[in-house]
Design a protein around this ligand. Structure first.
Ligand code: EPU
Length: 301
């Protein structure tokens, strides 16, 4: 989708940067996604006005964080993409509190806090993506989740059209799900983390990194786990038991390392990946009577 010159001029006045015709395949960890205009939200205080402008002009939009948990449609997209600049995200520590911009890299945040003797997020070290994405999905791995550490979140709230600060206790963090609305844009977070000596944190990080390297295809194009684990069961184990590792649709393939990771081994399209996802879901339903729910967020046209 392309915005008009009139909208482009207004966005400029509002301090946003417009990038035209951006191939989202270059901004997603799956390396899949069509083309659209991207609006870089450089001034948080103008976000409400930018949102009103997009609504008034009937411009559909989606918010892209780190692009590590999203499967984007092919071709010319029917929506523009909003993005927070991530070049110099703010991070600071005061006592046991860490104040971090949502655009910050999650792994970088874990390391930044570790160097200041704040732990509790060791398991999140290898989870790719931004802090904002981790907040939205309540990212978790190896016993760590971001949710329990959240004390405050500053966000653009779609419900009120304003920038607000929510208390951690007002946000629900469930397994790979939170109470944020799809149109909310998280901007900054205050985390409270337990004090821990740097050396101890690094030892924990090393253990998680080794586990991850041993079981997940970390150097391949993926969106992490494709399906949520059903209560009391493992999607990866079921898909593996069905002998589906290596199963392909075009260049979309079930990883032969971890069966809940679907990877792009070349030039997979969104259509290939969706066909693979639906095919595997059908096989699991038939064999186990379980309906797997996507963990990956799908942006259809
Ligand atoms: N398993 C297999 N074959 C496979 C994959 C797994 O038999 O191909 C078995 C394992 O041997 C193990 C069980 O399934 O007995 C669970 O596997 P694993 O420990 O790898 O964990 P998982 O449940 O598949 C979850 C998260 C990961 C997270 C890891 C580590 C979900 C959907 N996945 O995976 O998160 O990194 O635990 O904590 O909750 C993600 O959310 O994108 C993600 C990668």
């Amino acid at each position: 989708m392309r915005v008009s010159d009139k909208v482009a001029a207004r966005l400029k006045e509002l301090g946003a940067e417009l990038r035209q015709g951006v191939p989202l395949a270059e901004h997603t960890s799956l390396g899949i996604g069509g083309t659209t205009d991207e609006i870089l939200l450089r001034r948080y205080e103008t976000i409400p006005e930018i949102m009103r402008l997009l609504a008034d002009e009937n411009i559909p939009h989606r918010f892209l964080g780190g692009g590590t948990n999203v499967l984007v449609a092919d071709g010319e997209l029917s929506f523009v993409v909003l993005h927070l600049p991530s070049s110099t995200p703010g991070m600071r520590v005061e006592g046991n509190a860490a104040y971090v911009d949502a655009a910050a890299d999650l792994g970088g945040t874990v390391t930044f806090c570790a160097k200041r003797d704040l732990g509790g997020m060791e398991g999140l070290i290898g989870v790719p993506g931004s802090v904002g994405g981790a907040l939205r999905m309540n990212a978790g791995a190896y016993g760590s989740q971001i949710g329990p550490h959240v004390r405050e979140v500053e966000l653009y709230r779609a419900a009120t059209g304003e920038i607000e600060t929510l208390c951690g206790s007002d946000i629900r963090f469930d397994y790979r799900h939170t109470s944020f609305a799809p149109d909310d844009v998280t901007l900054r977070v205050k985390l409270e983390l337990p004090s821990k000596p740097f050396k101890e944190i690094v030892a924990g990080i090393k253990v998680c990194n080794e586990k991850r390297r041993g079981s997940q295809p970390i150097n391949q194009k993926s969106a992490g786990c494709i399906f949520k684990n059903p209560a009391g069961s493992s999607a990866g184990r079921m898909i593996d038991e069905l002998g589906l590792k290596g199963h392909r649709v075009g260049d979309a393939m079930v990883s032969d390392r971890h069966a809940n990771f679907f990877i792009n081994v070349g030039n997979a399209s969104c259509a290939d990946m969706l066909k693979l996802i639906d095919g595997v879901r059908d096989r699991v339903r038939t064999a186990y009577g379980i309906e797997l729910e996507n963990e990956v967020i799908v942006w259809r046209n």
